[in-house]
Write a protein that binds this ligand. Structure first.
Ligand SMILES: [Fe+2]
Length: 401
């Protein structure tokens, strides 16, 4: 079966089409038949947090997501609460311990709020796991069926960097709200008048931070285990300020729905943002999630209206004649971008607009990017220096620089 010209169920439900997805996340055609580990796309980003009840409220009120399903003590799950939220094709699952002896308590004590499972939708769980095992991947949960009155899901889990895992989910025989054991549930939260229908439509990429010297090991893991290919490469001086540096490589699945930039710290005069992350997350983990929007101005205004804080971009960024010349024409006046601190980058394929939030939890770890692509399949390489200088200013304020 080839999957190059099909939409995922989530994309169909979100009324997205292939042309929109090409624009939003750089979807490409490919032949899944020759892929040893065919990934259809993202299934869910599963979070472990200290207070799922309030975090679920935050993602509804501030990020405009909709509650669609729930599992907890009232549904027979005495271990934890889990809230399933959607925005466009994106699914977040927010989990927090109820039972004081839940494994989630230890996970949260160690890592703080963060992403514990980047679940992927696949068409053949057994084939993927068989391949992963044959090249030495750690299988955490063997392929098995989970069934309820809505159908059957085939699922397995493999280990990735740190305590991060990838569940592999085949939900094509399932009609329920999320997984067996979850009940449909809508939120009591009402969107404010004039709020956009959704703040973001799709997930573009999830960045992993790994330890010094481990980036290539994890690139090889995704190459070998998942058949991902290398998209772009940024090394050394590409991502260095006067004080700190990092190295980054990007791997992607065949259709480019799933893109994993992998960062490692590089030796420099001061502590890099990657070192800060590794220290406070207590190991490797997911650093940022890039949310694709087709109107970043509206998205940023909606998020700011709800109090979401972004990294500051200095006015000098927009006034630099060299940068202005390189940016050329974009769909909105530079002044509108400057007002909001939105960054622009351009390459041979087109341009992109992007902006980064402050960390959304207590620890200086996971944060979000909003991205609006116009042809460019890059990750904002031209902005890295300005961005990292902005992060350094925040690290300085936290006493971690
Ligand atoms: Fe990014």
């Amino acid at each position: 079966m080839t999957v190059h010209d099909t939409l995922t169920n989530e994309e169909r439900l979100a009324e997205l089409d292939l042309a929109t997805l090409q624009q939003l996340v750089g979807l490409v055609e490919y032949d899944a038949d020759s892929d040893p580990f065919p990934v259809i796309g993202w299934d869910a980003v599963v979070w472990t947090v200290g207070n799922a009840t309030q975090t679920a409220h935050f993602f509804q009120s501030a990020f405009g997501m909709n509650l669609v399903a729930y599992s907890g003590p009232e549904t027979g799950n005495r271990d934890h609460k889990a809230f399933v939220l959607k925005s466009g094709a994106v699914r977040f699952v927010i989990r927090g311990a109820v039972d004081p002896s839940s494994a989630l308590v230890a996970h949260h004590a160690e890592h703080g709020d963060g992403v514990s499972d980047i679940a992927l939708e696949v068409s053949d769980v057994d084939k993927c796991v068989e391949h992963a095992r044959s090249v030495g991947a750690t299988i955490l949960v063997e392929p098995h069926d989970e069934t309820d009155e809505y159908g059957t899901v085939r699922i397995a889990t493999i280990a990735a960097y740190g305590d991060t895992r990838h569940s592999l989910v085949d939900r094509r025989r399932y009609e329920g709200a999320y997984l067996p054991g979850y009940v449909p549930r809508t939120g009591a939260y009402q969107k404010r008048p004039g709020a956009p229908k959704r703040v973001f439509q799709a997930l573009d990429h999830v960045v992993g931070n790994v330890e010094l010297g481990k980036m290539d090991e994890w690139v090889r893991f995704y190459n070998k285990v998942m058949g991902f290919t290398n998209m772009a490469e940024f090394i050394g001086d590409d991502i260095a300020t006067d004080y700190s540096a990092l190295m980054s490589k990007v791997v992607a699945n065949g259709n480019h729905r799933v893109k994993f930039p992998l960062n490692e710290p590089a030796i420099a005069k001061k502590k890099s943002q990657i070192d800060e992350f590794l220290e406070y997350y207590n190991g490797p983990g997911a650093q940022h999630l890039a949310l694709a929007t087709n109107d970043i101005i509206r998205s940023v205004d909606a998020l700011r209206a709800e109090g979401v804080e972004f990294l500051d971009t200095p006015d000098s960024y927009y006034e630099d004649p060299e940068l202005r010349a390189r940016i050329g024409e974009v769909r909105v006046p530079i002044e509108e971008l400057q007002k909001r601190g939105i960054l622009v980058d351009r390459d041979e394929d087109g341009y992109l607009l992007q902006i980064f939030t402050q960390p959304t939890g207590d620890r200086p770890t996971v944060f979000f990017e909003l991205i609006e692509r116009h042809g460019s399949l890059g990750f904002g390489k031209g902005n890295f220096k300005a961005l990292f200088e902005a992060i350094e200013r925040e690290q300085e304020r936290r006493g971690n620089f």
